[in-house]
Unconditional design. Structure first.
Lengths: 106, 348
C-alpha cells in the first residue's frame, strides 16, 4: 500500500543539492538533480553510517562527506571503495511545488 | 573523554575493545560551523588546478631526468638527483593521498590514473591503503583503530631515522605485497577490509610485484644505474624523507583518543614550493575536519576556520621542533603529549 509523506516545498532544496528528512525514526536524503527532478535514498552512507545530506551532489552522484564514497542517488548504486553496499531508493513526486516521498518499501 | 595510555597499536587487541567501550569508534567529531552554501562552494570539484599541478609535476620530473642524463658522470648528478628524488618520492605521496580521496580532479578517471601512478611511485598498495585511509579518517589517531599512526609510543628512534630513507616502509610493503600476492591478509587488515575487496587486493598486489620485478630486472639487465635512479625503489626511498617529515608533523606528539581534530592535527604555514610538493596538506586540521574539500580550496577553508582552531604553526621547522621534542620525551614517558588549547574550550 502506498504511503505518500509530505517532505518540504520544492524550493527548500537548491538544484544539484541534498537535504535530510526524518520520518518515523527513519532518516532519508532528498536530492534535487541539476535538471530539477527529485530523488530520495536512505539517509546514511552504507559504509560508516554518516549522513549523506552533508555530502556533495555532482550530476547523478552523491559523495559521502566523511570518506568520499560515491553513490548514484537515482539508482542507489555504490560506485566503488570505500562503499560496497548500495543505497535504498524511494519513489518521490512533486505536486503543487511540494515534494512527497513514498514509503511503501519500508 | 578520559585519556588512556596504551602501547598496543594492533587493531584486534585490547586497545580496540577499549576504544569501543569508550565511544571512540565511528564517533561524532567536532566540526567548525560553516554554512552549507559556503561549504558547497568549497567542495566544488574542478579538473583545472590538478591538471595544471600534475602537468608541472611530470614536466619537472622529465626535465630533471633529462638534466641528470646530460650531467651523467659529473658531480652535478648529486644535486639534480636530490631534487628529482624529492619530486619522485615526496610529491608522489601527496598526489597518492589527495587522489585516494577522489577530490584532486573532478573527473574520476583522472583521479584514478594519478592515484595508481603515484601508488607505484611511492611504493604503496593502492587498494589496501584506500581502506586503511578511510579508517584513518573515521577514527583518527584512535589507538586500536587507526592503522596509520606514525607517532607510536614509546618512540622507536632508530625506526624513524631509517624511515627517512624509506627502509622500514619498503620492507613492510614488500612483505604485504608478498602476503597479498599469495592470497592472504593480516589480522589487522582483515579488520578494516570487506571480504568483497579481497580478490581485487590480491590481483593488484600480483600486478605491482610484477611491475617492480620488471623495473629492477630492466635496470640489472642493462646494468643501468641511470634507469635504477629514475624509476622504482631507489628514487622513492631517496626522496621520501621530506614526505616522512611532513607526515610526522601531521599528528605525531599530539593527543591520542580524542574526538576533535584540532587536538590531534597540526596546521602549518608553508612556503609555496613546499605546498606544491605537499598539495596543501599542511592545512591538516582543515583536511581532517572536511575531507571533501579539494586541496586547492584548503587555504580558503583555513581562512574561515582559523579563529576556531589553535594557533597555526608559523613554519615547518617550528612544528618539527615540537614533534621531535615530544617524540624524544615519549621514548621514556609514553603518556606525554602536546596538548593543544582549542579556542572555545571544547573538551573532547
Amino acid at each position: 500500500m502506498s504511503n505518500w509523506i509530505e517532505v518540504c516545498p520544492l524550493d527548500d532544496i537548491d538544484e544539484e543539492d541534498v537535504m535530510p528528512f526524518n520520518h518515523s525514526e527513519q532518516t532519508f536524503a532528498i536530492y534535487r538533480c541539476p535538471k530539477g527532478e527529485v530523488f530520495a535514498t536512505s539517509g546514511l552512507c552504507t559504509h560508516e553510517r554518516i549522513h549523506l545530506a552533508d555530502g556533495l551532489v555532482m550530476d547523478d552522484i552523491i559523495e559521502c562527506p566523511k570518506h568520499n564514497g560515491r553513490f548514484n542517488y537515482k539508482s542507489g548504486k555504490a560506485l566503488g571503495a570505500p562503499v560496497c553496499e548500495h543505497l535504498k531508493t524511494f519513489p518521490t513526486k512533486v505536486e503543487n511545488d511540494v515534494i512527497y516521498l513514498e514509503l511503501q518499501n519500508l | 573523554m578520559p585519556t588512556r595510555v596504551t602501547y598496543d597499536y594492533s587493531l584486534t587487541g585490547d586497545a580496540c575493545q577499549k576504544a569501543q567501550q569508550q565511544g571512540l569508534v565511528s564517533a561524532t567529531w567536532y566540526q567548525t560551523d560553516i554554512p552549507r552554501k559556503t561549504m558547497k562552494a568549497l567542495m566544488k570539484r574542478s579538473d583545472a588546478p590538478a591538471v595544471r599541478d600534475t602537468s608541472i609535476w611530470f614536466i619537472a620530473l622529465f626535465v630533471f631526468a633529462g638534466m641528470i642524463n646530460f650531467a651523467w658522470g659529473t658531480w652535478w648528478v648529486a644535486p639534480l638527483f636530490f631534487i628529482y628524488a624529492l619530486l619522485y618520492g615526496t610529491a608522489s605521496d601527496s598526489r597518492w593521498h589527495e587522489c585516494s580521496h577522489g577530490t584532486a580532479f573532478k573527473t574520476p578517471w583522472m583521479n584514478n590514473l594519478v592515484y595508481y601512478i603515484a601508488s607505484f611511485m611511492v611504493i604503496r598498495e593502492p587498494k589496501i591503503w584506500k581502506w586503511s585511509h578511510a579508517r584513518h579518517h573515521t577514527d583518527t589517531i584512535v589507538v586500536g583503530r587507526d592503522y596509520e599512526i606514525m607517532g607510536r609510543r614509546p618512540t622507536r628512534v632508530l625506526r624513524h631515522i631509517l624511515a627517512l630513507f624509506g627502509l622500514p616502509q619498503t620492507w613492510e610493503t614488500l612483505k604485504s605485497l608478498t602476503r597479498h600476492a599469495l592470497g592472504r591478509l593480516s589480522t589487522d587488515e582483515n579488520s578494516f577490509v570487506p571480504a568483497s575487496e579481497y580478490k581485487s587486493i590480491f590481483q593488484t598486489a600480483r600486478l605491482m610485484l610484477i611491475l617492480y620485478v620488471v623495473v629492477i630486472a630492466t635496470a640489472l639487465y642493462f646494468r643501468s644505474w641511470y634507469f635504477a635512479m629514475m624509476i622504482g625503489p631507489l628514487p622513492a626511498m631517496a626522496g621520501v624523507w621530506l614526505a616522512y617529515i611532513f607526515g610526522l608533523t601531521q599528528h605525531a606528539g599530539l593527543a591520542e583518543n580524542v574526538l576533535d581534530h584540532r587536538q590531534n592535527c597540526r596546521t602549518i604555514y608553508m612556503p609555496p614550493v613546499l605546498r606544491f610538493l605537499y598539495w596543501n596538506m599542511n592545512y591538516h586540521i582543515e583536511h581532517h575536519m572536511f575531507p571533501m574539500v579539494p586541496y586547492h580550496q584548503l587555504p580558503q577553508l583555513h581562512k574561515l576556520m582559523k579563529e576556531d582552531c589553535p594557533p597555526v604553526y608559523p613554519s615547518t621547522w617550528s612544528a618539527l621542533k615540537e614533534v621531535v621534542a615530544a617524540m624524544w620525551r615519549q621514548r621514556k614517558d609514553p603518556g606525554y603529549y602536546v596538548k593543544r588549547e582549542v579556542p572555545n574550550g571544547y573538551e573532547s
